[in-house]
Design a protein. Sequence first.
Length: 255
Amino acid sequence: MGTDAPKKKVLVLNGSPHKEKSSTMIVTRAFLDGLTSTGTYEAETISVAALKVTPCMGCLSCWGRTEGECVIRGDDVAAVKEKILAADLLLLSFPLYFFGVPGQMKLLGDRLLSMMKTYRGQKVPPDGSPAHGMRYPRPAQKILLISGCAYVETGEVYQPTLKQCDLICGKGGYTAVLCPQLKTMLDNGGTRMERTLARFRAAGEEFERSGALSDATIAALTRPPFSDTVYKTILAEVWRKEREEGEKARGTSCD
């Protein structure tokens, strides 16, 4: 790549309320290390929890009176919307909370309804196209989801989230990397964590070269790090310690 060529823009929306301390962001940063290693891409990360986002009022003005524009002013949503529209790669990094995205991310998503075309009674397309269609289509823009959860069965627990993504982006309009047992694996560290981070760095390099991730790469990134027996043993110990800490806290509290 020539030194004068413009860099491709990556916008990372970090949906964790823990901001930069997010477990999911640990693997996301490893992916970004690989993606930006040649200088083709430059990345900006926004912690959604740090934004000022006024809740959507459901007035639907962005579909009617002020079509394409939200009537709410004075917060950070308009600036984020412009960054989304300018990104070559939109990377959504978030933990799974109660079978969905964290509340802060849902709050922002609701306020981006203006990016969808107005609903005029049309049926959901049977071919898997977006339910509304994008108001500002950018066919070359890529969308990538990286999400960590505690569960093993990602195919089941992410169904509500992926269904929403299908309706908004269309089936095949995004790539999902859903990571089981992630926080437990990171908390335990060791060679498992080192191998995982190396895989994510390599995946970033692959995406930089080809603009996509192969099925084999996604399978490697989303393979459970622990067997069922080992994982249950680890979780039993985690909750035992949590109960002990709770008992200590109750014992030292003042009435």
